[in-house]
Design a protein around this ligand. Structure first.
Ligand code: PLP
Length: 441
């Protein structure tokens, strides 16, 4: 088939996520390599979002491909209750990457079901029901994970599951209060959280679920002291701390897992995306040794046909080996520094850039009508003129491929990007922001 036929067939037979189906126009991808992909007309695009912030090692990684092929030759599948080398190996590798309080892994198919199973495990272990998560969060779109999600993508599930409670993130840029320091901000948010815990009834709350660094809702990095403060509240009230590392895990932020930035040990983490970089879908729940031991004598009421799929686990083993052997963290930290410097420069230079937030190769550019009022370039949850779509479209014309969320543009390139490749792409972003300054605000 040619690109045109693929596009038309896809439009005719596939329902596309999060879209009005009448307006979709997918690029048919013919080949892909590293940070680039090509359509059937020979146009070359740069993947500046690592697809859905999952393809950390980029396209066409031979080592991962070969590991999958080797597993295909041995066998593609044996059920979760059988021993499979790649499954056992991957779980061991992940536990060894985590702090010493961690014990075992329950594998899932992706991020949403990792979060749902984490919630089930927390409820079984604590015997409590309520779950706290944050408004500015995305934890998946299936029914349970969608109820954890706090932003508008949960609306179709409303009124939702009883006992799923939301609290606000430490989003200092848009806080009405001007804090003197990050520590002061943390104190404020922690006081409010403690008040909410008390009013919900601490003896009813099984877990607090947080994206360690809020991702698609704008790379909201917790202020100094916030995460240790949440940890302390969890300890004080016997609540489990669950960090969703689906987007932030696997080197994205300059550490293997984002919680390492904050010197905390969660009780449970969930992961997906970069564990296999999408070469085969996989997710998982890592639990503390204490939780793992609890299930020695209690039924673990969780199960999936494809839990620990051998092909996915083979991809995972190769992927982790690649992160380690190629010192991917060094690249993330070196190129991430350059990304941060350029984003700060854009913030200085462009009236339309209200804020930039970045850590490692994980960043967001927040667009406003005015730096003084901070009025977002599009109203919350509503972009009637399609302004953000037009901005992303201008980037696409320049072959800078990413996506936006509300008034934010995500810049999260594959972790293998070089400094010169990054700079070349950021020039395109700069050019588009010039047009936004001139025509959109
Ligand atoms: N959690 C976070 C933080 C995510 O960003 C996502 C997806 O973007 C999910 C969970 C859901 O993962 P999946 O789409 O693999 O179900």
């Amino acid at each position: 088939m040619n690109g045109f036929d693929i596009r038309n067939k896809q439009k005719k037979y596939n329902l596309q996520s999060w879209s009005k189906q009448g307006g979709i126009n997918p690029i048919s991808v013919e080949k892909a390599d590293g940070i680039y992909f090509w359509d059937y007309e020979g146009n070359k695009y740069t993947d500046m979002s690592s697809q859905l912030v999952n393809m950390n090692v980029g396209f066409g990684n031979k080592k991962i491909g070969d590991a999958i092929k080797e597993q295909v030759d041995q066998y593609c599948f044996v059920g979760p209750s059988y021993g499979a080398e790649s499954r056992a190996q991957l779980a061991e590798k992940i536990v060894n990457l985590l702090p010493d309080n961690f014990g075992k892994i329950f594998f899932t198919n992706a991020g949403a079901d990792a979060n749902e199973n984490a919630v089930k495990i927390a409820r079984m272990f604590t015997g409590k029901n309520k779950i706290l998560s944050r408004y500015r969060s995305y934890h998946g779109s299936s029914f349970g994970a969608g109820n954890l999600t706090g932003e508008p993508r949960r609306y179709t599930l409303e009124p939702g599951i009883p006992g799923f409670i939301k609290f606000f993130d430490p989003y200092i840029y848009r806080e009405a209060i001007a804090f003197a320091s990050e520590e002061e901000a943390s104190k404020y948010y922690l006081t409010k959280l403690e008040e909410q815990i008390q009013y919900e009834g601490a003896n009813q709350i099984a877990a607090i679920v947080m994206e360690t660094i809020t991702g698609s809702n704008g790379v909201i990095i917790p202020p100094e002291g916030y995460m240790p403060g949440v940890r302390a509240l969890c300890d004080k009230y016997g609540i489990l701390m669950i960090c969703d590392e689906v987007m932030t895990g696997w080197c994205r932020t300059g550490k293997m897992f984002a919680f390492e930035h904050f010197e905390i040990k969660p009780d449970i983490i969930t992961f997906a995306k970069g564990v296999t970089c999408g070469y085969v879908p996989l997710g998982g729940v890592a639990v503390s040794a204490e939780i793992a031991e609890y299930f020695d004598e209690h039924l673990l009421s969780c199960g999936l046909t494809y839990s620990g799929h051998p092909l996915a686990c083979a991809a995972g083993v190769a992927c982790i080996d690649y992160y380690e052997e190629e010192n991917i963290l060094d690249n993330v930290n070196a190129v991430g520094k350059v990304l941060g410097e350029h984003l700060e420069e854009m913030k200085r230079a462009h009236p339309c850039v209200g804020d930039v937030r970045y850590i490692g190769l994980f960043s967001a550019v927040e667009l406003v009508k005015s730096k003084e009022t901070k009025e977002a370039i599009v109203p919350y949850g509503n972009d009637p003129q399609g302004i953000m779509g037009r901005i992303v479209g201008m980037l696409k014309e320049r072959k800078f491929m990413t996506y936006s969320h509300e008034n934010m543009i995500l810049v999260c390139p594959p972790l293998i990007i070089t400094e010169s490749q990054l700079i070349e792409e950021l020039e395109k972003l700069d050019e588009v922001l010039d047009i936004v300054d001139r025509d959109f605000i």
